[in-house]
Ligand binder design. Structure first.
Ligand SMILES: Nc1ncnc2c1ncn2[C@@H]1O[C@H](COP(=O)(O)OP(=O)(O)OP(=O)(O)O)[C@@H](O)[C@H]1O
Ligand SMILES: [Mg+2]
Length: 229
């Protein structure tokens, strides 16, 4: 498995946090890491430093130039909307086949590990009639799902797991990322989810806890390595 697809139960849950952290960790282990984030919305050319592609390039130790961002993220929308809605406003619909072939060629070119950050949640529409889930299915690569610990996340997470199970998609890991101010801890949330997850590994991340999170990234990197061999 040369590639990992990082998706989530929704937007702002922690995909970039997990993708960038995993990249940094793998690079520290001497691995050669590449990242793509094929579709970005809410992208402002005048404020690229805070954009997802810039943060991901930083994790790779690369300069976040506009050219590097364009190579990593060919589909960029200004509106902070789902890609199908943003495309309608900006007259730039995504061609699903081109998106799949962009990802496939990045997978084929990857020297070692390729991380792909999705957009929004697992079933956000990409085009009229396709979602991120369809992209994962078309690419046949193992996804990591990032989920939160907010009230309601259990249902969102189990819904995501169920839909993947029904599509026959084998989940690599569930990354449970603490939502700020949530009533339940990542460990309590994980304990509840474990009853439904079978053998899917659950890895917990805390808010602003570099040392504990380094251990969690170590476990995630180990899983990636195992899935590759
Ligand atoms: N464990 C954490 N500790 C500290 N900050 C975090 C953690 N997880 C996420 N964040 C912060 O929370 C915000 C949202 O996380 P992130 O950008 O990774 O979400 P996302 O799923 O990639 O969002 P999007 O759907 O916009 O791509 C970011 O500012 C990020 O730095
Ligand atoms: Mg992101």
């Amino acid at each position: 498995m040369p590639a990992v697809f990082v998706t989530a139960t929704g937007t702002e849950i922690g995909k970039t946090f997990v993708t960038a952290g995993l990249a940094v960790h793998l690079r520290q282990q001497g691995r050669k890491v590449a990242i793509i984030k094929p579709v970005v919305s809410g992208f402002d050319e005048k404020a690229i430093a805070s954009s997802d592609p810039a943060l991901l390039l930083e994790a790779l130790g690369q300069e976040p130039s506009l050219a590097a961002i364009a190579a990593m993220s060919p589909w960029r929308f200004t509106a902070p909307l789902s890609p199908d809605m943003a495309a309608r406003l900006e007259d730039g619909a995504i061609d699903f086949a081109s998106l799949v072939s962009f990802c496939r060629s990045a997978i084929a070119q990857a020297e070692d590990v390729l991380l792909i950050e999705g957009i929004g949640g697992l079933m956000v529409p990409l085009t009229v009639g396709t979602t991120v889930l369809d992209l994962i299915e078309a690419l046949r690569i193992v996804p990591i799902v990032v989920a939160g610990t907010y009230v309601g996340s259990l249902s969102h997470t189990l819904t995501a797991l169920e839909v993947m199970r029904r599509r026959g998609i084998d989940l690599g890991a569930l990354a449970l990322n603490e939502t700020p101010g949530s009533a339940a801890s990542p460990e309590e949330t994980a304990a509840s989810l474990r009853n439904f997850c079978g053998t899917i590994p659950i890895i917990t991340f805390r808010r602003d806890a570099a040392a504990a999170n380094a251990e969690a990234f170590e476990r995630l990197a180990e899983l990636v390595k195992r899935r590759q061999s």
